[in-house]
Design a protein around this ligand. Structure first.
Ligand code: RB5
Length: 200
């Protein structure tokens, strides 16, 4: 049976996801959870949840999640019980993470690496298997024990992602403004920050 791989990306990783899907072809059974079209305003946690859900439920054997840096995807993925995610931009980590730590979601940053490196990392990750060696199993059990101690009840994955209410957003914006007032001008203030950041 082919490996079942859930793959997702926000706008930061969308183009790389599409190319990676083409490269993987039918070597694996792909579950593309989206984004299915480029949307500059989409949010990576929505795709993280879909990839994590597929992996945690057993629908997929592995997950690949792409965003701009891989960091947001990784942080959010590790909130899902049963998901062990890491940003791996070197091939050693991409396979050793599986072999020793039973890594099941690979996070990639499309603004950091290109398609050739992404392909090699993906192949290293997908070809690797957990060793089942006693010391690795013992460590994995300790990791799972931490997860168990942190949340007594499994999250309701069907509930989706909770977003802040308008009131919460307003008060957060106000406190952001306050923080800005307290800050000195950062170095490089001649750069038009808005122009650079706007499209990200
Ligand atoms: C989106 O602009 C970007 O923040 C996201 O793709 C990712 O890099 C987060 O870690």
């Amino acid at each position: 049976m082919k490996l079942r791989v859930a793959i997702g990306a926000d706008h930061g990783g969308f183009a790389l996801k599409q190319e990676l899907i083409r490269r993987l072809g039918d070597n694996v059974t792909l579950i593309d959870v989206g984004a299915h079209e480029f949307d500059a305003s989409d949010d990576y946690p929505d795709y993280v949840l879909a990839v994590g859900r597929a992996v945690a439920s057993g629908e997929a054997d592995r997950g690949i999640m792409l965003c701009g840096s891989g960091v947001g995807a990784c942080v959010a993925s590790n909130k899902i019980r049963g998901v062990r995610a890491a940003v791996c931009h070197d091939t050693y980590s991409a396979h050793q993470g599986v072999e020793h730590d039973d890594l099941n979601v690979l996070c990639l940053g499309a603004r950091v690496i290109g398609i050739e490196v992404a392909t090699e990392l993906t192949v290293a990750f997908l070809m690797a298997r957990f060793t089942e060696e006693e010391r690795h199993v013992r460590r994995l059990e300790k990791v799972i024990a931490i997860e168990d101690s942190m949340s007594a009840t499994p999250p309701d994955l069907d509930a989706g992602v909770d977003v802040a209410t308008e009131d919460e957003e307003e008060s957060a914006a106000e406190s952001d403004d306050e923080d800005e007032d307290d800050m000195d001008e950062p170095a490089g203030d001649d750069i038009e920050e808005g122009e650079i950041q706007q499209s990200l």
